[in-house]
Design a protein around this ligand. Structure first.
Ligand SMILES: [Zn+2]
Length: 592
């Protein structure tokens, strides 16, 4: 941001940008001044992942009769202190009483943080809502929904194929990103045109030869008064122009070529351009391809089927046949770039997989290390590998990975071509939003054109071209655990936190319910709380306390729930007094 003055704008006078005049003429005659268009981010503004945007057109400002389209439906990655929680999804409570007014879900591209929540959210909102998605994303969505036995209506869209949904006209525009088939949307509404510029970069030399349709963007900017530009901003704190995918090619190939033993490459599973490169370079180095991990298997077979990756059967070696090949003739494509503990890579490193990493292996991380919630897990894996003596190539500058997101100049170019009345950065944290704002000021936008709503606020535009951010939604955190669909409540999370911090203390009592008496000594067990053998005095004292409390509270007839609660409360106090710690205390009363 700070460098951009020197690089872009030599005339530092602000407000040089020709201002778009909003006249009645660009709106249909039927539009009333009270008509409104509301944009809500169910994943929260100021968030990178779990993208899900609600566009709501309300004639006469009556949101009880609004018509709705949704853009994207993605998962998020929980913070690292949310124990054992795998995913986070947008809270759709806001749509609960509006379900039958949802006209369609429009998907920009096939990344998990844009499509991954469909399997959880479709059953809630209605499986009949039409979904519009590009070709590759459609294949990913279908594969996922089939696993969960969800049937959905998906229509594949292409370049220059505007889609009508009630009062909305959604015009897809091809852009480049780290996955093929990524689109922006020029969304015409009765209130004005909104440009939904989700994840993108302007890679002028894309490896797959599919170029950003800059002429189409220019046309939108020329022909329409763009009311608001929602723009990706994740790379806004980098000055200049983001490097092309092509720039890593040589380094990447060199690392594969110079490896002496086995090579493992890990990347985002859906990054099929990167897998395509790894396959190509591996083959050139005389290596056969081994895929490890479900998500990579699936992505590569989908990409192969659709022709995005060229791979013959003879190039592939199934895991059970790898011992027939010398180690320097194999390249493994492995899931788990983010260090997820249940991923193939993590298991191979920890010795919990049939393939085990050894010191003669080379492991290449060709993936971002900045996704919120992942960085320390990645470093942990890298540390493990380093300790084992394996060669690790990871995240140094732009050698092995380039971002799929643009830098300042690309955002500046988009904002310049569209010359929109308002700017609303999305897909970044607040520091990126701030950096984007700095960039926008430098290219002649003024501060009052810049919208930065609270995370849970909606932006409501009115027919007179004004807007407000007064409307707020309730935004709970919805966490998804393992492969289960049920959400993890705060109680479960608190329990996990307790277990992680202070361990668990369990007390087993055998109780004769007839006589309301305890049979035998109580049994005290500890996991992660104290080392039993070294703490015999404490354990013995706890046993005495359990007996004492039991005799006080066990009436005749005995109420086991009551006794359990009393013992639990009593032990919590004693343990805290003696040790200053608060392990989870679990009394178990067994009737005999
Ligand atoms: Zn993306």
């Amino acid at each position: 941001m700070q460098n951009i003055k020197n690089t872009i704008n030599t005339n530092t006078q602000p407000n040089q940008r020709p201002q778009t005049k909003f006249t009645q003429t660009f709106r249909p005659k039927t539009v009333q001044n009270s008509d409104a268009l509301r944009i809500t981010s169910l994943g929260g503004f100021g968030d990178v992942t779990q993208n899900m945007f609600v566009y709501e057109y309300a004639p006469r400002g009556d949101f009880k009769k609004s018509q709705i389209i949704i853009v994207d439906c993605g998962v998020g990655f929980p913070e690292e202190d949310e124990f054992g929680v795998d995913l986070q999804i947008p809270d759709t409570k806001y749509l609960e009483d509006k379900k039958n007014r949802i006209l369609g879900i429009f998907i920009t591209h096939g990344h998990e943080d844009h499509i991954g929540a469909l399997r959880f959210i479709l059953p809630v909102l209605g499986k009949n809502i039409p979904i519009y998605a590009p070709r590759l994303a459609t294949a990913f969505i279908q594969a996922r929904l089939q696993e969960h036995e969800i049937r959905a209506k998906i229509q594949i869209y292409q370049d220059n194929m505007p889609m009508k949904a009630g009062p909305f006209l959604v015009d897809p525009i091809r852009v480049t990103h780290s996955i093929p088939d990524t689109f922006h949307f020029a969304i015409s509404t009765p209130i004005g045109l909104i440009y939904h510029g989700s994840d993108f970069k302007f890679d002028l030399f894309p490896l797959d030869g599919k170029y950003s349709d800059l002429r189409h963007i220019a046309r939108v900017g020329n022909n329409s008064n763009v009311l608001c530009l929602l723009s990706d901003c994740l790379g806004a704190d980098h000055p200049g122009y983001s490097p092309s995918e092509r720039t890593i090619a040589q380094n990447f190939e060199n690392e594969i070529k110079t490896a002496k033993g086995r090579v493992f490459v890990t990347a985002i599973s859906s990054n099929i351009v990167r897998w395509g490169q790894a396959i190509e370079y591996g083959k050139r180095a005389g290596r056969k391809i081994v895929t490890v991990g479900f998500s990579v298997d699936r992505a590569i077979s989908v990409a192969q089927e659709l022709g995005y990756i060229k791979l013959n059967k003879s190039d592939i070696v199934p895991i059970n046949r790898i011992k027939n090949f010398p180690e320097n003739q194999l390249i493994f494509l492995a899931a788990g770039f983010a260090g997820q503990s249940n991923s193939a890579l993590s298991k191979m490193v920890m010795g919990k997989h049939r393939i085990k990493i050894k010191s003669s292996d080379k492991i290449i991380f060709s993936a971002p290390d900045y996704i919120p919630g992942t960085s320390s897990a990645i470093l942990k894996i890298v540390d493990h590998l380093s300790k084992m003596g394996a060669e690790v190539v990871y995240g140094e500058g732009e050698n092995m990975h380039v971002s799929g997101h643009g830098y300042q100049k690309e955002y500046a170019l988009l904002a310049t071509l569209l010359n929109s009345r308002y700017l609303l950065p999305i897909g970044g944290n607040y520091r990126h939003v701030r950096a984007y704002q700095g960039m926008a000021l430098d290219i002649g936008y003024s501060a009052d054109q810049f919208i930065s709503p609270d995370s849970d606020a909606s932006v409501t535009f009115y027919a007179n071209g004004k807007y407000d951010t007064n409307h707020h939604i309730s935004s709970r955190k919805i966490l998804i655990d393992g492969f289960g669909v049920g959400d993890v409540g705060t109680t479960v999370l608190r329990d996990r936190r307790l277990l992680a911090e202070d361990g668990m203390l369990s007390v087993v009592l055998l109780v004769d319910t007839k006589s309301a008496r305890m049979i035998k000594e109580p049994l005290v067990l500890s996991k992660g709380f104290v080392f039993m053998k070294e703490n015999t005095p404490l354990i013995n004292q706890l046993k005495q306390e359990v007996k004492k409390k039991f005799s006080q509270v066990a009436g005749d007839p005995i109420n086991l729930d009551y006794v359990r609660e009393q013992i639990q409360g009593h032990l919590e106090q004693i343990v805290y007094k003696k040790t200053g710690r608060q392990p989870m205390i679990l009394p178990l009363l067994v009737e005999v």
